[in-house]
Ligand binder design. Sequence first.
Ligand code: KG4
Ligand code: ZN
Length: 341
Amino acid sequence: MLILAIESSCDEFSVAIVRDGIDCLMMETLSQIASHAKYGGVIPELASREHVRDFAHILKKVLLYSESISEKFDAIAVTVGPGLSGSLLVGIQVAKTLATYWNLPLIPVHHILGHIFSVGLTHTISYPLMSLIVSGGHTEIVYSTSSTEHKLIGKTRDDAVGEVYDKIARKLNMPYPGGPLLDKIAQSGECRYQFKKPRMDDRYAFSFSGLKSAVINQIRKETFSEDDVADLACSFQTTVVDELLTKLKEALSEFPAECVLLCGGVSANAQLRAAFLDLEKTDAKTEYLIPDFKYCGDNAAMIGGAAYYLKAVSYDETLTLDCTPNITIEDFLKKFNEVKE
Ligand code: KG4
Ligand code: ZN
């Protein structure tokens, strides 16, 4: 099954051709990072306007490639949420136009399912499956008993981990997005600052706003110098990694899994990747998998990967499909009927 997939939920416009949910034949992604960097974060209005301005250029490259392999698409897939409504709508509009023009089924995709299936582009995933999704907008643990049955186990009550990286970096006058740079700087630091881990009544819920404030308060102290940055980054990152993996291990003790995934933009983080893969040393019967670097951040290949396991909407629904900016995985599955016929 050959799927043309589109992802535009935030500040990337990405189009990919994916065969059978696992084989990405071609992907083109345009990132708007340079445009948003001067504001220190994503400006939603700017993101959608740039998508409208640039999508034809990206789409054309992928369509030219598809002509060269002279294979017809079986379906169009597009992210419908969660994400920024203006950004999502541009991708949805492009997908609806292509689906109606070519008379092809249209498959709506949940962005988080996309991140989960990003790992399937390079590894074989098995079930039951536990996924830790860590990105700029989400920090979640999802338990999947099959490719179509997914349950949200826990999520952040406030900031997502990537968002905290970006906000701390901004306080340190580093360019957006701050995650990759703080990751690099942390590698030469020493963990000499002590940050408290959040105390939560729900054992799987995350909270990172307290940690963010503690780090920012430290930066504001008069005694804080340029030389302290690496130590601060290392201490902050170590607290984050510990908190993420402690909750993941707790979830695994209640919901046993054959396979465990780390995914989302922050899964590119060196310390988090290493600590996550280390878990396999004490849990050899479970497989711990991470996505290839090119599939960590937002990309259309992961949307094509997830779409393979989801149902297309009817022709009428294709014409009226709207974005669902805050939809949870469970609500998405209810709305778009999870079981593939
Ligand atoms: O998944 P993604 O591309 O977009 C969302 O769906 O949010 O994630 C982007 C986030 C940004 O906050 C960025 O700072 C963070 O991922 N990020 C990192 C690293 N690379 C990207 N955070 C920590 N370490 C990294 N190496
Ligand atoms: Zn994402």
